[in-house]
Design a protein around this ligand. Structure first.
Ligand code: ARG
Length: 468
């Protein structure tokens, strides 16, 4: 065992120890390198705790005032980057407590009365994640607003709709973009559900069993903006469901962004050529002078993997833990910080980039014309003439085969040619074979008609204005 780097007595819990911590163990167990990020939430929690203790007569008003002043000064140091973080003091909690005692003396040593780092960290992460959910949601909403503007702009733009990545039926690009909007709407709902469930205050659970001091848990919960105190102290210090839930919501959101990224990448390719991404969101090649690569979209697709990795890490972290707190939980911070940052940044990238893309309307229309996209419309036409749908399906299949053989679209066939497949076809058939006729006909809730797209955009805008 290597020698300790800690002069005896520096850590705050060494009373029962007969030798200093091994230097390696000190490094192995320290978390301040990453949990320092929680400092402002830790201070917020400590302020609420100290004020409550004074209200309950556990601290004097004088002690409380000293603590409040000392913590305010420490907050300044943290914000200005002058706080003297020490890895010997293990984590954010003990760094701040020690600093407080350095500054205000005896009263600082009383702050930890009726509290443990276990309920403290459980509180800090909840406060952190609550704010993170609000940040992520704000960026998500900004992206949704951008999508609505773009959908409105492209309400009439016809492009192929795909199944199996084969041209299926014509759709409007506005409709396609509104599909993205709906995915994000469910993501917003998941984030909001997660926020509701995590917003309970563990302070007062102390190490695991509660405390013998006459504390007021309602007061701290209220001061910190929580709905209520948690109801079981053992659960309070050990529960990390909310972290897993957020990771799952973020993974689903990133999966959605990754699917959008995949489509943007395809659309920007020479083969599709549906869109032009703004130059400022693309990069060139070091060797091929002609290249303009959709790297931002590719990175969003790649970063989805990180967030999914964090979800797996967090759920695996919890699965073997007995009640109540275990040090394993320290391992939740880095994946949580990473997934929060990654998800917010991916949304920022898309909120900025996607609404700024240029849509090549003529190219989109051409692509929809190329794949017999109105074949279903011809079948529907025959049904309206009294042909059973299954028979109509077969008739149109033969007409498609005939047109494909001469590399023409259905709309390019002469009436006399079409009538070879069914005498029910009249010269009014060309109206349904046009792309515009096809999309305009799908004018019901959720349909692809330009009128529906505009209606859905208006409704979505109204919903976004509602208070949440
Ligand atoms: N750094 C710890 C964590 O992240 C804080 C709680 C430490 N508690 C303890 N009993 N060692 O979970």
């Amino acid at each position: 065992m290597s020698q300790s780097a800690t002069p005896k007595g520096q850590q705050l819990w060494t009373g029962r120890f007969s030798e200093p911590t091994d230097a390696f163990v000190e490094r192995f167990s320290a978390s301040v390198d990453f949990d320092a990020r929680l400092a402002l939430y830790d201070i917020e929690g400590s302020l609420a705790h100290a004020r409550m203790l004074a209200e309950c007569g556990v601290l004097s008003a004088h002690e409380r005032d000293a603590i409040v002043t000392g913590l305010a000064e420490i907050r300044e140091e943290v914000v200005n980057g002058t706080f003297p973080w020490s890895p010997q003091l293990e984590d954010v909690h003990m760094n701040i407590e020690q600093r407080l005692t350095e500054r205000i003396g005896e009263a600082g040593k009383k702050l930890h009365t009726a509290r443990s780092r276990n309920d403290q960290i459980a509180t800090d992460i909840r406060l952190f994640l609550r704010a993170a959910i609000d940040d992520i949601t704000a960026e998500l909403r900004r992206f949704q607003r951008g999508l609505l503007d773009l959908a409105e702009r492209e309400a009439e733009t016809i492009m192929p709709g795909f199944t199996h990545l084969q041209v299926a039926q014509p759709v409007t690009m506005g409709h396609h973009l509104l599909a993205w909007y709906e995915m994000l709407e469910r993501d917003a709902g998941r984030l909001s559900d997660c926020r509701t469930r995590l917003n309970f205050c563990p302070l007062g659970a102390a190490a695991l069993a509660g405390t013998s001091f006459p504390i007021d848990r309602e007061a701290t919960a209220q001061a910190l903006g929580f709905t209520a105190p948690t109801r079981n102290s053992l659960d309070s210090v050990s529960d990390r469901d909310f972290a897993i839930e957020l990771a799952a919501a973020a993974s689903t959101l990133m999966m959605h962004l990754s699917r959008m990224a995949e489509e943007l990448i395809l659309w920007a390719s020479q083969q599709f050529d549906f869109i032009d991404l703004p130059d400022r969101f693309c990069t060139g090649s070091s060797i091929m002078p002609q290249k303009k690569n959709p790297d931002v979209a590719e990175l969003v697709r790649g970063k989805a993997a990180r967030v999914q990795g964090s979800l797996v890490q967090l759920i695996t972290l919890m699965k073997g833990q007995p009640l109540a707190y275990n040090r394993d939980n320290q391992e939740d911070k880095e994946p949580l910080f990473d997934l929060v940052d990654t998800t917010r940044d991916a949304l920022t990238a898309f909120a900025d980039m996607v609404p700024a893309m240029a849509v090549k309307r003529e190219r989109c229309r051409e692509a929809a014309r190329a794949g017999f996209a109105t074949a279903t419309d011809l079948a529907d036409y025959l049904v309206r003439q009294g042909v059973a749908f299954r028979d109509a399906h077969a008739i149109v299949g033969q007409a498609v085969r005939h047109a494909a053989a001469s590399e023409r679209d259905l709309a390019d066939l002469e009436l006399e040619e079409l009538q070879r497949f069914s005498t029910a076809i009249g010269d009014d058939v060309y109206a349904v074979l046009t792309l515009e006729g096809s999309v305009a006909a799908r004018d019901h809730i959720g349909g692809t008609a330009p009128a529906q797209v505009r209606h859905q955009v208006a409704q979505a805008r109204a919903r976004l204005e509602l208070p949440t």
